[in-house]
Design a protein around this ligand. Structure first.
Ligand SMILES: [Zn+2]
Length: 270
């Protein structure tokens, strides 16, 4: 009778599932050891999103373009009080780094934050400028849409933005139908919700990614494991199968292959 083998540490590492976090904010971490640990546990592709001048600069600093890839943008939360000069500076920073960055993000509209039409218009102006830039530079966009999906989708359509990622997806059934039809990607955070369950059921697996939005929602990029479990359970597929599809989707959507710096050593050696 064969004796039961206890897997060696090395085997366990080799059989771990590769993961990808399509949206987080590594610039907020004061200590990157938790990020290194996540990479060591298999989160080999991480997209870190900038939201204003300082966080964009920090995203560029942290990104090694081996495991961590930068997305730069101006998010709606940072629109109030942003001077034209600062907005121009961000636009220049995006242009100068367009070959290194994988997307323009985080950008979008947040109507929970902006109550007045004046504030919403200011957000629309910045969002529009970021979308024009994405078209000019042929980059995908990572979009934040809180209480604003009805405004966001028509703008994306009007601007003819092709590669769209709706992060922390929270749309209704009719939004889900549009997402499917337009071929947009959605990403699922490690927080279950009834509306998102409907979205996961109806959006084809090829249009789904996983995210942590860490450290705001998830604690570390490894929390993407919980997002993938939510996707796997809702789709009724194996966790391993969901991991594989989500990594493929993330690499394809952000065209990671063309953005890898082959000469740079990774933040952590595998
Ligand atoms: Zn975010």
């Amino acid at each position: 009778m064969p004796t039961r083998q206890i897997p060696k540490e090395q085997d366990r590492v080799l059989t771990r599932n590769e993961l990808a976090d399509s949206h987080c904010h590594l610039d907020i971490f004061t200590d990157l050891s938790a990020v290194r640990e996540s990479i060591g546990r298999g989160v080999l592709t991480i997209i870190t999103d900038g939201v204003d001048m300082r966080s964009n600069a920090r995203a560029l600093e942290i990104a090694d373009n081996v495991n961590i890839f930068p997305a730069l943008g101006v998010d709606p939360e940072h629109v109030p009080g942003m001077q034209d000069r600062e907005l121009d500076f961000n636009v220049d920073m995006i242009r100068q780094n367009s070959r290194r960055i994988v997307a323009i993000g985080e950008i979008g509209l947040d109507f929970m934050l902006a109550k007045s039409e004046k504030e919403r218009d200011m957000q629309r102006v910045v969002f529009g400028r970021m979308l024009d830039l994405a078209n000019e530079l042929d980059l995908p966009v990572s979009v934040h849409a809180r209480d604003s999906m009805d405004a966001v989708i028509p703008i994306l359509r009007r601007k003819r933005v092709k590669r769209v990622h709706l992060h922390f997806f929270s749309g209704s059934g009719s939004h889900v139908d549009e997402v499917v039809k337009l071929g947009y990607m959605i990403s699922i955070p490690p927080v279950p919700s009834a509306a998102r369950r409907v979205a996961i059921e109806r959006v084809p697996l090829q249009q789904i990614m996983a995210e942590t939005d860490c450290p705001i929602v998830g604690k570390t990029p490894y929390d993407v494991e919980r997002s993938v479990r939510i996707i796997a359970e809702t789709k009724g597929i194996k966790y391993e199968e969901a991991c594989k599809a989500i990594v493929e989707n993330t690499k394809r959507f952000f065209a990671i292959e063309g953005k890898v710096n082959k000469r740079k050593s990774p933040l952590i050696r595998q």
